[in-house]
Design a protein around this ligand. Structure first.
Ligand SMILES: *Cc1c(COP(=O)(O)O)cnc(C)c1O
Length: 370
């Protein structure tokens, strides 16, 4: 006879969790971490000392400033915006989730352009948002199907409430053409988020168009170019009305006081990151060319700090790279990315060992195939 109340076990979670798998970035110990698009260099010693003294001044017994006013003002100033056009988040990821909370939900539609950052679709599903997918065109280096997207958002019958376009697009690499983004912004009153997590590497931003397009919102992060993936800081640039909607859904204290202090120091010293960013860009272009020269490997052009490439037997190649101490991202299980791996640009010597390990891996795969 069944007992009531039950002795153990847990009631099922919400139905919508069925079929969802937890985000798994495959953090494994390795010699070279080239899988998560992080900056290969930590902050300089000099900057670390400044960070340490800023942290020392933080009262830990007090709640943080909910809106991170000081950092918000610094970012607004640097972008020629008002304070109420900026919002700081606990990483870009929090702001992406808030986007789904504020613009998605039952009876709402999110326009996605896969393959892209998987978090977008996961957030839509969690919030019971309908998803309209318009796949990117693989034969054209995963360019957006511009015609299909414009058609989907145009006209009074369009159901699309919001869309997110990563530019450059993770994990494929190309920027979205600005002309297309402007056409899209003009064609719809849906919220158009341009995810500029990697704009420091692509050197292109939609910032100049914020004044003319109220439905444009830009997402940025400290995690990539600014070496702060461990700290969790991202931000939005948008119109005051749009930012106000985010204020309704966000958790008041999501950005802790320590992160705010670190963010202020790093943002004030951001010019110091430029040489590192330049080096990443030139190493990216070198990696692309070297990959092009390897038999059986097809790299995709990238405006960011990684290169996506296809290889024969991608899973075996991933494993062999890993066995040689090099961790890259295996995307071969993602629809549209069969046979593909993504390597984050590292320091020159890391890129060299990656290329060396890849050649060895491919030789191993070919011998096994004989
Ligand atoms: C890394 C990344 C983000 C944000 O990352 P956070 O670490 O949460 O700031 C957002 N979008 C894309 C496409 C990314 O790759």
């Amino acid at each position: 006879m069944a007992r009531w109340p039950p002795v153990s076990s847990v009631r099922n979670p919400s139905l919508k969790l069925q079929g969802l798998t937890p985000y798994d970035p495959k953090y494994l110990p390795a010699d070279s971490y080239m899988s998560a698009n992080e900056n290969p260099q930590d902050v300089s010693e000099e900057l670390r000392r400044k960070i340490e003294s800023a942290i020392r001044a933080v009262p830990l017994n007090r709640y943080p400033d909910p809106l991170a006013t000081e950092l918000r003002e610094m970012i607004a100033d640097a972008n020629g915006l008002e304070r109420d056009q900026v919002l700081i988040g606990n990483g870009g990821d929090e702001l992406l989730f808030n986007t789904a909370l504020a613009w998605g939900g039952v009876g709402r539609t999110f326009l996605n352009m896969p393959p892209t950052f998987s978090v977008y679709e996961a957030n839509a599903r969690l919030t019971d948002t309908d998803i309209l997918s318009i796949p990117r065109i693989k034969e054209r280096d995963f360019a957006i199907d511009e015609e299909a997207v414009l058609e989907a958002v145009s006209g009074p019958d369009s159901q699309v409430d919001f869309t997110i376009i990563a530019s450059p697009n993770n994990p494929t690499g190309l920027r979205a053409p600005q002309g297309f983004l402007l056409e899209l912004l003009d064609a719809t009153d849906a919220l158009v988020m341009v995810d500029e997590a990697y704009f420091e590497f692509s050197r292109e931003t939609m910032r100049p168009y914020l004044d003319s397009h109220e439905n444009l919102i830009i997402l940025r992060t400290f995690s990539k170019a600014f070496s702060l993936a461990g700290v969790r800081l991202g931000y939005l640039l948008g119109s005051p009305d749009v930012i106000r909607q985010y204020l309704k859904v966000r958790q008041p204290y999501s950005v802790d006081a320590v992160s705010q202090a670190i963010g202020r120091v790093v943002f004030a010293n951001r010019a110091g990151f430029e040489p590192g960013i330049d080096a990443i860009i030139s190493e990216r272009d070198r990696l692309f060319k070297e990959l092009q020269g390897i038999n059986g490997v097809k790299p995709y052009p990238s405006h960011a700090n990684w290169v996506l490439f296809s290889v024969p037997e991608a899973e075996a190649v991933w494993q062999s790279l890993y066995d040689q101490g090099v961790l890259v991202r295996d995307l071969s299980g993602t629809p549209g990315l069969e046979g593909m791996l993504r390597v984050t640009v590292g320091l020159p010597e890391q890129n060299d060992s990656f290329l060396h390990a890849l050649k060895a891996a491919l030789e191993g795969v070919r011998e096994d195939g004989r």
